[in-house]
Design a protein around this ligand. Structure first.
Ligand SMILES: [Zn+2]
Length: 130
């Protein structure tokens, strides 16, 4: 069994692809599930009981990315309507409550971002040499 399929170029390309994926697409399935639970429906119009799609508040084409702070669950009709429009412009046009949305979005993303990232805030920081 000659090990000829694992070339260095292959490995390098694979690593680069993983790095790009981590940077541009770092919303995990767990985070997405937490997002949909926290919102309990479409982030924009509140529709529930409908399949939710991942919407980038700041569209990818405008420099946004699939991160926890930028993705919200939204229903198919909001997603199709918003498309690449800037989110607050679109919400104003649709007469949706953009302020309530922005506040809630900030609270939810902050809660979800900080909770899994706190494992070493604990009582075992005993080697403080101050
Ligand atoms: Zn909606």
């Amino acid at each position: 069994m000659p090990p000829r399929s694992r070339t260095r170029a292959n490995r390098y390309a694979r690593r680069r692809r993983l790095r790009v994926a981590a940077r541009d697409n770092d919303l995990t399935d767990v985070q997405w599930a937490a997002l949909t639970t926290a919102w309990g429906g479409c982030a924009y119009c509140g529709a529930s009981g409908t399949p939710l799609q991942r919407d980038c508040m700041l569209a990818i084409s405008r420099g946004g990315s699939y991160t926890l702070a930028n993705v919200v669950p939204c229903c198919g009709s909001c997603n199709a309507s918003k498309c690449n429009t800037e989110v607050t412009t679109w919400m104003r046009r649709k007469k949706l409550d953009e302020k309530a949305f922005l506040v809630r979005q900030m609270e939810i993303s902050r809660a979800l971002i900080s909770s899994p990232a706190e494992p070493d805030v604990g009582p075992d920081t005993t080697d403080a040499s101050l």
